[in-house]
Write a protein that binds this ligand. Structure first.
Ligand SMILES: [Zn+2]
Length: 410
């Protein structure tokens, strides 16, 4: 194991590579790309950056096209997102999040704490209902959960929780605003909320997938495909940037890095290689679904697809979604991994609708989805930053992929 590692280390000059993929991740997370989401068209700007990198890496457009355009509805936060409780101003992203579907709101409201049993006759129409599950027994928690799902008419919800808050993207406007706070950020029972959210619903947000390819040396009609979504959550107002370093600047950097590697004549396999950076993943796998409905390269030409998401950790190994489905390819991967001593653990699981491989799998394209485990716990929050990423196994995963392509790409 050690010997194998020493040999590969001398061959691939890890310092330059490590620097290259780190730089890519930092550029994808830069404030000017606004979290590659729905603030000042951050995702569109990120697409332009990725296209340039594919081109620089030496990968070609498909029938003259690097882009595949589509639109979808999305709720956005271009203006102010402010919350004060009893005149104490909270930090957006750090102390609180609003629901991704939050409608515009501007006002001051009294807060009424929800207790069990709840008085359903009380008039709450101009009130924020406070749901606080701390200290409740399991029966009351269940009652409160169902009340939270189907709240009475009210101005909004305030939810305090023990777990860290996780933001996402909504393609709909919610019926009312809700504010979530991790309990450490709120040490008292608040009685009044001042809230301003200048959200804007966009019916036809313009987004684009970015694709590029490298022709195979002798079996060019058959493709190995690498996919990674490049979009993230954008900004919740100008002050809260969701940079998405692990999710998924890391996977995007990996496929650009792979394009650079495979573009060298000496590394080119017999089969062609297609790289696709998807948009709209966080809004519900929209970019990859669109691609499978109008593919730039026919789906039946794909020998195998590897989707890469959350590539930044790895000290607890890597999970292979669909590993239980494609046992021959999983065994191949597992054998290479053990022979070369790349990752500590290579886990496998069945199908899952949790990233961009899904719609390909559904259409019969053999595909794996790789994600790393361990390391940074940041996920869908403002702490998912490049400097938090250990990138423990980035090089090893790349080598594992290269070796795997050496076998399936013949
Ligand atoms: Zn995500």
């Amino acid at each position: 194991m050690l010997l194998a590692m020493l040999i590969t280390v001398t061959c691939t000059a890890p310092e330059t590579y490590a620097q290259y993929h780190r730089e890519l991740i930092e550029k994808l997370c830069a404030p000017k790309l606004h979290g590659r989401g729905y603030y000042k068209n951050g995702d569109w700007k990120a697409a332009a950056f990725i296209q340039k990198e594919f081109k620089k890496a030496g990968a070609f457009p498909i029938n003259g096209q690097y882009f595949q355009d589509f639109t979808f509805p999305v709720n956005t936060f271009p203006g102010k997102v402010e919350v004060s409780l009893d005149q104490v101003k909270l930090q957006p992203g750090k102390d609180f999040i609003v629901n991704p579907g939050c409608p515009p709101v501007n006002g001051t409201f009294p807060i009424k704490r929800v207790t069990i049993p709840f008085d359903s006759n009380a008039d709450c129409s101009m009130t924020f209902l406070h749901f606080d599950k701390m200290g409740l027994d399991s029966l009351s928690t269940a009652v409160m959960d169902s009340l939270m799902k189907n709240p009475p008419a009210c101005a909004g919800l305030l939810i305090t929780q023990r777990e860290k808050t996780i933001w996402s993207v909504s393609t709909k406007v919610a019926p009312r605003p809700s504010v979530r706070i991790q309990i450490d950020s709120l040490q008292w029972q608040p009685s009044e909320i001042r809230i301003r959210v200048d959200s804007k619903f966009i019916n036809d947000h313009k987004a684009r997938n970015v694709a590029a390819y490298l022709p195979g040396t002798s079996n060019a009609d058959s493709f190995i495909v690498f996919t990674a979504h490049y979009d993230h959550l954008g900004r919740m107002g100008p002050k809260a940037l969701f940079a998405g370093a692990n999710d998924n600047a890391s996977g995007t950097a990996m496929i650009i890095d792979l394009a650079r590697w495979f573009s060298k004549p000496e590394n080119r396999p017999a089969k062609s290689i297609l790289f696709i950076a998807f948009a709209g993943e966080e809004a519900g796998l929209i970019g990859s679904k669109f691609y499978t409905e109008s593919p730039m390269v026919r789906l039946d030409r794909i020998r195998f697809l590897l989707n890469l998401d959350l590539m930044g950790n790895g000290d607890e190994g890597m999970m292979v979604v669909n590993g239980e489905l494609h046992t021959k390819e999983f065994d191949m991967l597992d054998r290479i991994n053990k022979e070369k001593g790349y990752l500590k653990i290579l886990g496998k699981r069945g199908t899952a609708k949790n990233s961009d491989h899904y719609f390909f799998s559904e259409k019969g394209v053999p595909a794996f989805f790789f994600y790393t485990n361990g390391g940074s716990k940041a996920y869908h929050d403002v702490n998912d930053l490049p400097q938090q990423l250990p990138l423990t196994e980035f090089e090893d995963i790349k080598k594992l992929i290269v070796d795997f392509v050496g076998e399936v790409g013949r």
